[in-house]
Ligand binder design. Structure first.
Ligand SMILES: [Zn+2]
Ligand SMILES: [Zn+2]
Length: 142
């Protein structure tokens, strides 16, 4: 039995390779939170596609939540997604909602997903002591 072929959300065994979804968000003043989900095609259609379409309709740019359509929001909550569809390169995208909708949206990750290790934001990356001892600042490397 191939374990990876069970959809994280609906729990159905799938013959086709699932779409891997990595989600991460950055609560203000605390460590980032990351989860991974594997979704079947049906769950991608029902859970992911509407959210991505809503995000890309441009409402978020004007301070309107694409989910509940509340407008005049001072700021939106962002969730960063990395999507691995079968046989395709990774696609990165961001979804933005009001606080309430963001919380509701993230529940699927926190309840069905697998928690990922915290990963520091790139600008907070530590300098490896090995290179520093050699007089090299890794941030200057390309
Ligand atoms: Zn599913
Ligand atoms: Zn909303």
């Amino acid at each position: 039995m191939v374990q990876n072929s069970r959809c994280s959300a609906c729990g159905q065994l799938q013959k086709l390779k699932l779409t891997g979804i990595y989600a991460r968000w950055y609560p203000y003043g605390s460590e980032s939170i990351g989860y991974q989900l594997n979704l079947c095609d049906e769950c991608v259609q029902s859970r992911l596609v509407p959210v991505l379409k809503a995000t890309y309709n441009g409402e978020a740019e004007n301070g309107t939540c694409p989910s509940c359509h509340e407008s005049g929001l001072p700021r939106l909550e962002y969730t960063w997604l990395t999507l691995y569809a079968r046989n395709e390169d990774a696609v990165r995208c961001t979804v933005a909602f009001c606080e309430r909708c963001a919380e509701r949206y993230r529940v699927q990750f926190t309840s069905y997903g697998k928690k990922l290790e915290d990963r520091a934001r790139p600008q907070q990356a530590s300098k490896p002591a090995y290179w520093q001892a050699l007089g090299i600042d890794p941030r200057q490397a390309s």
